[in-house]
Design a protein around this ligand. Structure first.
Ligand SMILES: [Zn+2]
Ligand SMILES: [Zn+2]
Length: 355
């Protein structure tokens, strides 16, 4: 092993630079992972790659600290630091993408995403070095074992997008008697469809506007019907369900019309989960929500335990999140990978080691 490695640096002007970094040495409670796969997330694109805006207004300053990018790491332990007890060399792990202080109320419940201690809260790829590199230094506390049939690519997908989808689906209590409506069939929407199926949903209806994406999702077999995301989308959903709508609906589009479609396509007593980031929720309230007795959920990512539960659930169900990947590119082609992800690749874009 040489002492330097490659890592992806994002200057914020829609360009990608690959820099050389020293290979980190694990300290107490830390592990050095050799990258197995590292997902490019929608949140990396707008906030960091394009540099459009700051994230969550953390201290009012840009939250991306110029570290190595990538918050969906999955890999194999090559070195364990002192005090590490749960993992050792050769273990395959996926990584919960945020390190918390470990002491605040949210951290103690495993919700590192909502850690209230901004001095200690650090997301991989945002405030500390992330997974778009040959190696990544991670905290043992954020690692989850990757069980055998699951691949590194499966693990990288669970590390953010599938965890996010799982939390939204879990809140709705989706089960075998439910019809599931998924609005927006990007990587998180496809994850919601796969998880909904795994949790038992008897039918999955998707709503999507991109023709290429519709073809891609059809080929995965994750949804039973796809409705075009136009102004008639909710009517089309009602037609497909004998005028009833779906008992569970999830918005993964993050768009105002997409959220309306989820609410309007939900059945009486339906449960609706909002997952898509950004924008606004604008809806007629009485007929669309109150008179239908809807329950509305909103969530952000999942907990550490939620991610571990999801990993085992997918493993035992024989599901492979990598089914939603449309492009795998080696780290040396990171610029191309980001461009693909930014221009609306049909599915998920993942960085992998060189051939
Ligand atoms: Zn993400
Ligand atoms: Zn905390």
């Amino acid at each position: 092993m040489t002492d330097t490695m490659r890592g992806v640096f994002l200057p914020g002007n829609s360009t990608v630079e690959i820099h050389e970094y020293p290979i980190p040495v694990p300290g107490h409670g830390q592990l050095l992972l050799k990258m197995g796969a590292s997902g490019i997330c929608g949140s990396d694109i707008g906030y960091i790659y394009h540099g459009y805006k700051t994230h969550k207004g953390l201290d009012g300053a840009p939250a991306y600290k110029g570290v190595i990018a990538g918050h969906e790491p999955c890999g194999q332990v090559v070195e364990a630091g002192p005090g590490v007890t749960r993992f050792g060399e050769g273990d395959r792990v996926l990584v919960y993408h945020i390190v918390g202080c470990g002491r605040c109320t949210n951290c103690r419940a495993g919700n590192f995403i909502s850690c209230s201690d901004s001095a200690h809260r650090a997301a991989y790829g945002w405030q500390r070095d992330g997974g778009h590199a040959d190696y990544v230094l991670v905290e043992e506390s954020t690692c989850i074992p990757l069980p055998e049939p699951l691949t590194f690519a499966d693990g990288a997908l669970i590390a953010c997008g599938f965890g996010t989808a799982y939390e939204g689906m879990r809140r709705t209590g989706v089960k075998g008697s439910d019809d599931l409506l998924v609005v927006g069939l990007g990587p998180v929407g496809m994850a919601a469809a796969m998880i909904g199926r795994t949790l038992g949903a008897r039918r999955v209806i998707g709503v999507e506007r991109g023709a290429e994406r519709i073809d891609f999702v059809k080929a995965t077999g994750l949804v039973d019907d796809i409705v075009l995301a136009d102004e008639h989308a909710a009517d089309s959903v009602l037609e497909l369900t004998n005028g009833q709508g779906c008992s569970v609906a999830v918005d993964c589009s993050g768009s105002t019309p997409g959220r309306s479609t989820a609410l309007e396509g939900a059945a009486e007593w339906g449960r609706v989960s909002l997952l898509g980031e950004g924008g606004r929720l604008e809806t007629e309230v009485s007929d669309t929500m109150l008179h239908k007795q809807l329950t509305l959920f909103s969530s952000w990512v999942t907990s550490l335990q939620g991610m571990e539960d999801l990993t085992w659930m997918l493993c035992e169900a024989g599901m492979h999140p990598e089914a939603v990947i449309s492009h795998r590119l080696p780290l040396s082609r990171a610029a191309e990978a980001f461009e693909l992800a930014a221009t609306g690749a049909a599915g998920k874009v993942v960085l992998v080691p060189e051939d």
